[in-house]
Design a protein around this ligand. Structure first.
Ligand SMILES: Cc1cc2nc3c(=O)[nH]c(=O)nc-3n(C[C@H](O)[C@H](O)[C@H](O)COP(=O)(O)OP(=O)(O)OC[C@H]3O[C@@H](n4cnc5c(N)ncnc54)[C@H](O)[C@@H]3O)c2cc1C
Length: 386
């Protein structure tokens, strides 16, 4: 029998129902296609329309903009159902959890009306383009330039590692609009990619894991974008906007990690129960039982801490350092637990037909993106000095 875990105070009947509907959606619409999507390195464009029709996109965006009218808790249960299904196909976290909230928080009424309903239906796929070949952690080194020319910005530059980049119709681009050094000259500009001269997608990148999510390079060559697509009331707000929104992104990574932890343990419990070794189930060996006990302890601690962080986020009390701790601790725990679970599968744990092997490859990036874990430690340490 599973170890009972307390229900967090923010959980409601409505969320339980949504979690169940989302789990059935991923099982029905993603699981049968996952192997093909992995082979082609992207989901089908159609999955976005299906997710939109099922009400899974922009769930925490107000109904007035076509969203689900829910809150962060709604996003949590969808994120966890998606992670637990071991499918990709599309990054709802980037689309609904991140980009939609940049528009909601910093967009004008006209921008919200123009983009959010299309994002909620899946008509538009969104991405965020911060990283460049020469600027990852160090966002202040961004070189993509947006020069004002009348009623337009002329954008030149290159971005890499962009999630949803293959399908994206709307990209939130971090660009340098001012001569000021560092973060001060950065702005966020929304780019509609369809038929946009000067916009080009580069390679669909071949990653170690997460093969069914499209990750691409994007290039801008004298790309003219209407000046009213700047996000925020004036230029130079980009770095501040990013810093304000990054805790949310980091918590979303931790939320997905909690689901991954439990799925890895459940897979391994089932495997070791049926695997016979020296005339007994592998699960009967003390090493297996102790390893699984350690893994479950980590998963339970992760869930408890992340549930608390979700509560803080719902009360608008989630600070930068605590979000960094959640991302750091959970992604490190995922690395350790999934590695132990591979070991308990023996050679089968190294075969990609086994879910645990795919989880091993898929999980590694959690310690790198959303701000690397070294950066998380830096943020936590800085908050301790104050
Ligand atoms: C699958 C995937 C999806 C991604 N999706 C997106 C996306 O949608 N949009 C986007 O903009 N970006 C995306 N990224 C980029 C991601 O955010 C960056 O890879 C990440 O921020 C690290 O930047 P970098 O790769 O340039 O590494 P670098 O910045 O070069 O870092 C190299 C190493 O140096 C360490 N380091 C850096 N600074 C410090 C410091 N101050 N102290 C100690 N160590 C330090 C880092 O921790 C790391 O270990 C994605 C990346 C991947 C792999």
């Amino acid at each position: 029998m599973a170890i009972p875990q307390p229900t967090p105070p923010w959980m409601s009947e409505d969320l339980v129902l949504l979690a169940d509907n989302a789990a059935r959606f991923f099982e029905r619409e993603c699981v049968p296609h996952e192997a093909r999507w992995r082979a082609q390195h992207h989901g089908d464009r159609e999955i976005w329309h299906k997710a939109g029709a099922a009400g899974l996109l922009c769930i925490s965006i107000p109904e007035a903009y076509g969203g689900g009218g829910g809150h962060f808790g709604h996003e949590v249960v969808i994120t966890q159902a998606h992670a637990r299904s071991l499918t990709g196909g599309f990054s709802n976290g980037v689309h609904s959890g991140i980009v939609a909230h940049y528009i909601l928080r910093y967009g004008t009424e006209a921008q919200k009306q123009r983009w959010l309903p299309k994002m909620a239906s899946g008509e538009m796929v969104a991405a965020i383009a911060m990283t460049e070949p020469g600027a990852g952690t160090d966002l202040q080194a961004v070189r993509t330039k947006a020069v004002r020319d009348g009623e337009h910005y002329v954008i030149n530059g290159a971005k890499t590692f962009i999630t949803n980049g293959w399908h994206a119709d709307l990209v939130c681009v971090v660009a340098r609009t001012g001569a000021e050094a560092g973060g001060k000259g950065l702005s966020l500009i929304m780019v509609e990619t369809q038929g946009q001269p000067g916009f080009r997608r580069g390679r669909l990148l071949d990653k170690v894991g997460q093969h069914s999510i499209d990750t691409a390079e994007l290039f801008f060559d004298d790309m003219r974008v209407p000046a009213h697509q700047l996000l925020g009331s004036e230029e130079g707000q980009g770095f501040r906007q990013l810093m304000e929104q990054l805790p949310r992104e980091r918590l979303i990574i931790a939320v997905g990690g909690v689901a991954t932890l439990q799925r890895a343990i459940d897979e391994t419990l089932a495997y070791t129960r049926q695997r016979q070794i020296f005339g007994q189930p592998l699960l009967a060996m003390q090493n297996t039982r102790f390893k699984l006990a350690e893994c479950q302890t980590k998963a339970t601690i992760a869930k408890s801490f992340v549930d608390d962080c979700i509560g803080r986020a719902l009360r608008n009390e989630l600070d930068l350092a605590t979000a960094a701790m959640a991302k750091l601790w959970v992604t490190e725990a995922v690395g350790q637990v999934v590695d132990e679970c591979v070991q308990l599968h023996g050679g089968y744990g190294y075969m990609t037909e086994y879910p645990i092997a795919r989880m091993y490859a898929d999980a590694r990036v959690g310690r790198i993106y959303g701000g690397s874990n070294e950066v998380m430690k830096e943020l936590i340490a800085r908050s301790m000095e104050r």
